[in-house]
Every structure is written in structure tokens, then in C-alpha cells.
Design a protein around this ligand. Structure first.
Ligand SMILES: *Cc1c(COP(=O)(O)O)cnc(C)c1O
Length: 227
């Protein structure tokens, strides 16, 4: 089933890109949280190279089963500052840098091991109280701060749209996110800002139509998660 689901999602990604005439590569991150390593292997054999996890501990455990580490690991869930060190050691791209405090913790952890950590800034575009993400007002300040850090490389923008009954309602949120992403490109060296991470199972097609180039899809590939 997983293989068929991936093909189905890839077709939908392509169709959405075609609708708006996008030729750039769109990266599919398969969100593997709460799914076993066996499912991850199945996805990998169907061509998945990018995986997304929400929890550092779970990812660490799973990475032991991929000793050759052919996968690229994305941290997409909220990161506590006390886990920054482990996150830096184990993730290729951290999507969820959602505060100044966390940005500085990542800088410190990366400096300790001499890594330049690629990250995205997560902004709470829809201003939902229940969601992580920095406020839109903080964003310019945190961009300035990030530019001055030696061991963090900000490569883009991440947002999570509200879970609404009518999926079309998320379109304005994605549109604002895209505008902030374009604005961000002016704030960093040319070419550095290149990832707009938005869109999940229920809204990735709209996200792509609004300019996403990373989508994070779990349920449509692996089915419902059991908690
Ligand atoms: C779980 C999760 C996803 C995947 O959600 P699905 O609806 O299963 O596709 C994507 N992004 C984030 C931040 C998540 O926590």
C-alpha cells in the first residue's frame, strides 16, 4: 500500500505544480512519526529519501536501524532547547526553529560540534494560540539575529496551516507565508533562502499552488497514526 500511496501523492504534487506552472523541484518529506521502521524501509524502497520526525528521541532510536544512513532527516516537531544538542547531532534540517531562545540554543549546540546547522524559521502565520511558531512581529528581528550567527544557516520558512473544515480556507495563510518567504530572501545572502515548507496530507496541493517547495506528508502515505 505504501508504494501505491507514494505514487498517488507524487502524482498529486505534480498535478498541483502543473496547475500553477511550477517547474522547480518539490521535495516530498515522508512524515514517519509513530510509524515503525518497517514502514520506513518500504517507503525508502519506493524512492523516499527524505523523512520527517517530530520527536528527537524517536528519530534517534530509528536511526540505529539505518546504519548506512541513506536518508535525509527532517525535524518538524517543536524542539525543546534542552534537546537542541541531540537535534543538531541527528538532523539534517530543523524546520521548527520557533523562537529566539531556540535559535540561540541551536547555534550553541552546533558551535560545540563544529557543524553549521541548516534550519527553517517556523512562523505562526495564522496566529493560533495552540500552535508553536514565532509571531509575525518577531520575525524580522529573528532574521537579523540569525544572519549574525556563525553556526546556523537559515534556509527558509516553515508554517503549519490551521486545521479547518473547508480546506480552501487555508489558502490565505499560505499566501501570507509565501510573501514572508519572498521577503526573507532579501534579508539573507542571495541563494541562501530556498525552502518554503508548508502543506500536509489535507492541504499540500493548495500549499504547492501557493509556492511551497517542501511538503510534509504522513497520513496519505502511511495511513492513520496510532498513539
Ligand atoms: C504530523 C505532521 C505532519 C504530517 O501530517 P499528516 O496530516 O499526517 O500528513 C506534517 N507536519 C508537521 C509539523 C507534523 O507535525
Amino acid at each position: 500500500m505504501i508504494k501505491e500511496n507514494i505514487e498517488f501523492v507524487r502524482k498529486k504534487i505534480q498535478a498541483a505544480a502543473d496547475r500553477v506552472g511550477v517547474n522547480d523541484k518539490i521535495t516530498l518529506v515522508a512524515v514517519t512519526k509513530n510509524h515503525p521502521v518497517s514502514c520506513m524501509r518500504e517507503a525508502a524502497s519506493a524512492g523516499i529519501t527524505q523523512v520527517g520526525e517530530n520527536r528527537v528521541q524517536e528519530a534517534l532510536q530509528k536511526q540505529k536501524d539505518f546504519p548506512n544512513n541513506t536518508l535525509t532527516w527532517h525535524l518538524i516537531g517543536h524542539l525543546q532547547t534542552n534537546k537542541a544538542k541531540a537535534a543538531v547531532a541527528h538532523f539534517d534540517l530543523i524546520h521548527s526553529v520557533d523562537s529566539e531562545h531556540l535559535l540561540l540554543a541551536v547555534q550553541k549546540a552546533a558551535a560545540q560540534i563544529g557543524k553549521i546547522q541548516p534550519v527553517l524559521l517556523q512562523v505562526n502565520v495564522a496566529r493560533e494560540e495552540s500552535k508553536y511558531g514565532m509571531a509575525v512581529e518577531e520575525f524580522p528581528h529573528i532574521c537579523r539575529l540569525a544572519s549574525s550567527l556563525s553556526h546556523v544557516c537559515v534556509q527558509g520558512f516553515m508554517c503549519i496551516a490551521p486545521n479547518v473544515a473547508q480546506v480552501e480556507e487555508v489558502r490565505p495563510v499560505f499566501r501570507i507565508a509565501h510573501a514572508l518567504y519572498e521577503d526573507m530572501k532579501q534579508k539573507f545572502p542571495t541563494g541562501q533562502i530556498r525552502y518554503l515548507s508548508m502543506g500536509m496530507t489535507h492541504d499540500f496541493e493548495i500549499a504547492i499552488e501557493e509556492g511551497a517547495n517542501i511538503v510534509r506528508v504522513g497520513t496519505a502515505i502511511f495511513g492513520e497514526r496510532n498513539y
